[in-house]
Design a protein around this ligand. Structure first.
Ligand code: PLP
Length: 282
């Protein structure tokens, strides 16, 4: 049984108790992070802790652990659960007032702070050999996709719809322009050999993996919107995320990308990213 962290305590996963009035539960009034673990070490810890700080400040949630406390929590959980490879999930909610109310509770209400580990093979992932099939669907999420909140219902609905249609995942689009995947940033490499990726604005999450991957790219990079049609005609396509690293996409809306197997630039980029991640993990 896993040991989890909840509000200052390390406890068995079955013993965690959270109030029914917790705002994370009632309002999705909560932000989160997912940090991957390779060789028992934390990948890009600083990137994730900085983005959490931004999500907390954009939502005005206060009282969360500081950087050194997060490091201590993560290392304690990795060690107690003997995680060699996998993820650590962190969540901070605006806490639990005495009743349900749209108005925020008093500022001294302590946040609910949760962290748990998930052991999983990440580097040796069969999906990376096969590549993903994605289908596009309208991006009907709220207009602040740059804040990593736990309001994941729409992305979850669309991912399940994609699977029901025989694909692996969804790429969302606004007015015909690809924004991102259910829980990944979306990228293409054009037939001219240019890597195109959505610019950082409020329409996408500012991926920590995206930020680490772009400096490793050998191709020219254009940070601009790309259309569903341009994606379907791309030479290569891939997604990036903390748990999937760089994951090839081999089909978009039934259009075969390249020859239907992971593209060579994508495969190289995945290796380069995993090498960088192992080298810099703490
Ligand atoms: N976009 C969305 C909507 C996500 O949920 C995620 C990760 O969960 C990403 C992109 C990728 O971000 P990161 O590389 O920081 O994991």
């Amino acid at each position: 049984m896993r040991t989890i962290y909840l509000n200052g305590n390390y406890i068995p996963e079955t013993e965690g108790k959270i109030s029914v009035f917790d705002r994370g539960f009632l309002f999705s009034d909560a932000v989160y992070e997912v940090v991957s673990v390779l060789d028992g070490k934390l990948v890009d810890f600083n990137g994730h802790v900085q983005r959490l700080a931004r999500s907390l400040s954009e939502t005005g949630i206060s009282g969360a652990p500081d950087t050194s406390s997060w490091l201590e929590i993560c290392r304690a959980l990795v060690s107690r659960n003997a995680v060699e490879e996998g993820m650590i999930y962190w969540q901070v909610t605006r806490g639990a007032p005495q009743d349900r109310d749209f108005v925020f509770p008093p500022a001294d209400t302590p946040p609910t702070v949760l962290a748990f580990t998930q052991s999983r093979a990440l580097a040796d992932n069969p999906s990376a050999q096969r590549g993903l099939r994605v289908v596009t669907m309208p991006d009907l999420r709220w207009g602040r996709a740059d804040i990593k909140t736990t309001q994941l219902l729409y992305a979850s609905l669309m991912k399940n719809e994609a699977i029901a249609r025989g694909a692996d995942d969804v790429w969302m689009e606004r007015d015909g322009w690809i924004t991102e995947g259910s829980a990944q940033n979306a990228h293409i490499i054009t037939t001219e050999g240019v890597l195109v990726t959505h610019p950082l604005n409020r329409e996408i999450l500012h991926g920590i993996t995206r930020a680490a991957v772009l400096p490793l790219v050998a191709q020219q990079i254009e940070e601009r919107r790309f259309s569903v049609n341009e994606a379907e005609q791309a030479a290569e396509a891939f997604v990036s995320s903390a748990s999937g690293f760089v994951m090839p996409v081999v089909q978009i809306n039934g259009h075969v990308i390249g020859n239907g197997t992971p593209g060579s630039a994508t495969v190289q980029l995945r290796q380069a990213y995993i090498g960088w991640a192992r080298h810099t993990a703490i």
